[in-house]
Design a protein around this ligand. Structure first.
Ligand code: ASP
Length: 409
């Protein structure tokens, strides 16, 4: 049975067990944590080695710059569209109307780091420290520098390039080994979530949940689906089936950084993206591209405004779009990070911080949808870049219509 079917069964069985056991399902959570920790173990070495390999296999620095610029441009554009969808759904569905909740928990807004300090901190003073603490942006910058230096060293640099190439293959193999346990890990995590959030907790906030889920599905099908068909020229069922493993791990782990090793496998093996493109575009995306988080922030900002009967001006809407784009870039790909960044967006438009406390109760459920969209977006951009660089080894859709899919999915 293919892995995605096993994971799907694990998911459904997990929901059934969670519904049956209720909060007691918490006891199976450690099994899920074991799986998540095993995947997290891969992130730093895999990203570091495969980014370096990505650069050394590219050689041409112009190409690297071009791919970087293209990726960031699509990341930003789709993120702005995602927030707009979030705001639209928030306006149409009015998730906060009629709810008279007053929270007593006061949340403290997170201070936004200044742009200058963000830029200065891109360069790690101590790369070993950056690796040890898992600071992704710093790791990416160091790996890029190191890759370029290896290329410039010519023959003398070749053994190092080979070493990293071999190391990334080994990490890749380890990912494959760990993914064999995904069905069990996913089963345990789903049981825990389903047991924890019974219907009684979900119903009062059902509209927020519905708005975020509908938004994520619309964004994935319309925006991503459109780009995949128009630019990547892949059949949509092929694309969505090819990324299912990554989506299911994202949904249950709520961490796009944690899903990275699985996304890399999907991009390479199921979607036919070249190693050099996927090992460059995906880590970047998992760090800065968070469309799901941006969409969620749009819905939640409107939810809070409606909850407290505050009318927003056009200027405030624009501020939400700007801050949510920046906040989503700054959001770490770890569980719950988007909720912390939401306080930033709310402060920027002067909305009460109590809204964060209300959303916190159901944040895991929302995180599952937004992380899945975040990961889907990263994979979509990878196929777009691979196609435009001539590095997608699946024939364009026009050429393969009607022919059976032969590659492994
Ligand atoms: N959990 C999300 C992710 O890893 C980030 C967020 O909380 O919005 O992509």
């Amino acid at each position: 049975m293919p892995l995605w079917q096993q994971i799907l069964i694990g998911m459904i069985a997990g929901i059934a067990l969670g519904a049956f056991l209720g909060p007691k399902a918490e006891m199976v959570k450690p099994i899920g944590s074991l799986f998540i920790n095993a995947i997290k173990m891969l992130i730093v070495p895999l990203v570091f080695c495969s980014l370096i390999t990505g650069v050394t296999s590219m050689k041409d620095t112009k190409k690297m710059g071009r791919i970087g610029l293209k990726s960031v441009a699509i990341y930003l554009l789709t993120t702005a569209v995602a927030i707009t969808i979030g705001l639209l759904l928030g306006t149409l569905m009015e998730p906060g109307a009629g709810l008279n909740m007053v929270a007593d928990k006061v949340m403290v807004a997170k201070e936004a780091p200044s742009l200058v300090s963000t830029i200065i901190n891109l360069i790690p003073k101590n790369p070993i420290d950056a690796l040890a603490s898992g600071r992704m942006l710093q790791i990416i910058v160091f790996a890029l520098f190191l890759g370029v230096a290896i290329n410039l060293s010519g023959d003398k640099g070749k053994p190092v390039a080979k070493l990293f190439e071999s190391l990334s293959e080994v990490m890749y193999k380890l990912t494959e080994m760990i993914m064999k346990f995904a069905p069990i890990g996913v089963f345990a995590l789903m049981a825990w979530v389903a047991g924890k959030y019974g219907m009684s907790l979900l119903l009062p906030l059902a509209k927020v949940i519905a708005a975020v889920y509908i938004g994520c599905i619309v964004h994935a099908l319309v925006v991503y689906g459109g780009l995949v068909s128009a630019i990547s020229k892949l059949p949509l069922p092929r694309f969505f089936k090819g990324i299912l493993n990554a989506q299911m791990v994202a949904f249950t782990s709520t961490s796009s950084a944690g899903t990275l090793p699985v996304s890399m496998r999907c991009a390479r093996e199921n979607l036919g993206c070249s190693k050099s493109v996927s090992s460059f575009v995906l880590p970047l995306g998992a760090t800065i591209n968070m469309d799901g988080t941006a969409l969620y922030q749009g819905v939640c900002a409107l939810f809070v405004a409606q909850l407290f009967g505050i009318d927003l001006s056009t200027g405030q809407y624009l501020t939400i779009i700007a801050t949510a784009t920046l906040a989503s870039i700054g959001t770490a790909g770890v569980p719950g990070a988007g909720l912390i960044m939401l306080s930033l967006v709310l402060t920027a438009v002067g909305l009460p911080m109590e809204g964060v406390a209300i959303i916190a109760g159901i944040d895991r459920i929302l995180d599952m949808a937004r992380t899945t969209l975040n990961v889907t977006g990263d994979l979509m951009v990878t196929t777009v870049i691979a196609r435009t660089e001539g590095e997608l080894d699946i024939e364009p859709v026009a050429n393969i219509a009607g022919t059976p899919v032969t590659q492994k999915v």
